[in-house]
Design a protein around this ligand. Structure first.
Ligand SMILES: Cc1cc2nc3c(=O)[nH]c(=O)nc-3n(C[C@H](O)[C@H](O)[C@H](O)COP(=O)(O)O)c2cc1C
Ligand code: SF4
Length: 460
């Protein structure tokens, strides 16, 4: 089954589903679709988690914490808007478990000194949702725990912590061949901060923590550490998955009343031996055997929900986040965005076929604009996923879930237009949000970031 093939990139230009279908058919692709989005209103049970509807907001960093890692004003604003938007699952963004693991100086960092503000953030989510929808709608809250590994920039400068050498990604960071790998002892020492952060997340009120094993960050990079020799954490599948499974087991043991989730890259889109979920022939075709085995073990170890992720936002962002326009210094893919969406949907379908017992959150639907929920509902109806996740759609249109559940459709003038400006803000060191639909707040931040970048790098 071939997943990836060249097809010219095109921007979104469809007024009706038959137009999308015609394009899909010309590209020899298919997507499921249902007119009624009723399936998205069904409650979902995932282990101890009772999710009031089948819509999730994916984790999205706002880069708006204070220096100490506590949620800032814009963080509170974002989650207030999400909570008032009606999604059943609010998957909190990446929060570092250690200061040196932060991806930027404004990333959330959960520790004793910030737990009180995390608790206030959690309280804000719950009270806002209850005020809007009544106590019957209690969104499930997850906090994503991370170490940014290769992409650590705790003081705004690259401070990479790498698990294995990847010639392409090392070169991008200017790392010499003898740049040291994180040692086995240092990896073992990560258990304590992850467990401590999980305990604090529980104290702050979150229903679950998520172990972030996606997008090229440390726990994801380890999964692909085929070339890490002479190490308990490299080479074999057992070794590469050791830390992730150990963290699950330890958090369960030490914080037993906290649910666990995992955002897991099942397809790195980086050729073997440097990617996870890849065919061993050096192509970009997926091989889901290892991801399936890992999800199985995670589930058996007590992970209640797996949020399926893809690619690396610093290297191949189009794989998980199809776009119409790229960031400055980015690229236009040699693939139609419909091919990216269809690849993610097919992988999700295949995972559900092989893992019917595991509740999963699907990713990759925002590019479809107003048709995304219909594809999502068809996937939920056919049990390809338990919950449909939306990222950028929620930044652009925080009430998208409530509109869907009450009107059965989205307003076309509010949907995300996949312009990449929210992620451009991140690259420029600002606070991320929707520049198009929330322009009053994020327009000036975007422009200031572009101006700064032009002054420092002369980019035009
Ligand atoms: C501004 C921004 C910040 C993001 N931050 C995170 C994050 O903290 N953790 C994570 O797992 N994914 C993060 N992502 C990826 C999204 O969760 C999501 O997977 C991606 O945007 C594709 O989904 P979409 O097409 O619905 O937007 C981020 C995406 C954006 C646009
Ligand atoms: S800035 Fe807004 S419209 Fe553009 S990609 Fe981000 S969320 Fe979508």
């Amino acid at each position: 089954m071939q997943f990836r093939y060249p097809s010219a990139h095109e921007r979104f230009d469809y007024d009706s589903w038959p137009e999308v279908e015609a394009r899909l058919s010309a590209l020899d692709l298919s997507l499921p679709y249902t007119e009624s989005v009723a399936a998205l209103s069904r409650p979902v049970v995932a282990g101890p988690l009772q999710v009031p509807n089948a819509i999730a907001i994916h984790p999205m960093e706002g880069c708006d914490a204070d220096e100490n890692g506590a949620p800032g004003e814009l963080t509170f604003r974002r989650y207030r808007r999400f909570a008032a938007g009606g999604a059943g699952l609010i998957w909190g963004e990446a929060a570092s478990v250690l200061p040196e693991g932060r991806a930027n100086p404004r990333q959330l960092w959960l520790h004793e000194g910030t737990v009180e503000q995390f608790a206030q953030l959690h309280e804000t989510i719950i009270t806002t949702a209850a005020a809007k929808f009544g106590t019957a709608h209690r969104p499930i809250t997850v906090l994503q725990l991370t170490h940014s590994g290769r992409y650590a920039r705790p003081d705004g400068l690259p401070r990479p912590v790498i698990a294995h050498h990847n010639p392409v990604l090392d070169a991008r960071l200017g790392l010499p061949e003898d740049y040291p790998l994180i040692s086995d002892a240092q990896l073992e020492a990560l258990t304590e901060p992850f467990v401590a952060a999980a305990r604090l997340a529980r104290q702050a009120g979150f229903d679950a923590v998520d172990l972030k094993a996606c997008h090229g960050y440390l726990l994801n990079e380890l999964l692909a550490a085929h070339t890490r020799g002479d190490s308990l954490f490299g080479g074999t599948f057992e070794n590469r998955t050791r830390l992730l499974l150990h963290l699950v087991e330890q958090i369960h043991q030490h914080v037993p009343d906290l649910a666990l989730t995992c955002r897991l890259n099942v397809y790195d889109a980086f050729a073997y031996p440097y990617g996870f979920g890849m065919a061993h022939d050096g192509s970009l075709e997926p091989d889901l055997d290892e991801p399936v085995e890992l999800i199985c073990r995670l589930h058996e170890a007590g992970v209640s929900l797996v949020n399926v992720a893809y690619g690396n936002p610093y290297y191949n962002p189009h794989v998980e986040r199809p776009y119409d326009s790229h960031e400055v210094g980015g690229y236009m893919p040699h693939e139609h965005p419909l091919a990216n969406v269809a690849a993610m949907v097919r992988i999700q379908q295949e995972l559900s076929r092989r893992l019917p017992q595991v509740p999963m959150v699907a990713t990759g639907l925002t590019w479809l604009r107003q048709f995304g929920p219909n594809v999502a509902a068809a996937m939920v109806e056919q049990n390809w996923c338990a919950v449909a996740g939306f990222g950028r759609m929620a930044l652009a249109y925080p009430e998208f879930a409530a509109d869907l559940l009450s009107n059965g459709q989205l307003s076309t003038d509010r949907v995300c237009v996949s312009c990449s400006r929210c992620t451009q803000i991140m690259r420029d060191g600002g606070q991320a949000g929707c520049v198009v639909r929330d322009a009053g707040v994020y327009g000036p931040i975007y422009r200031a970031g572009r101006q700064r970048a032009r002054e420092t790098t002369q980019d035009k």
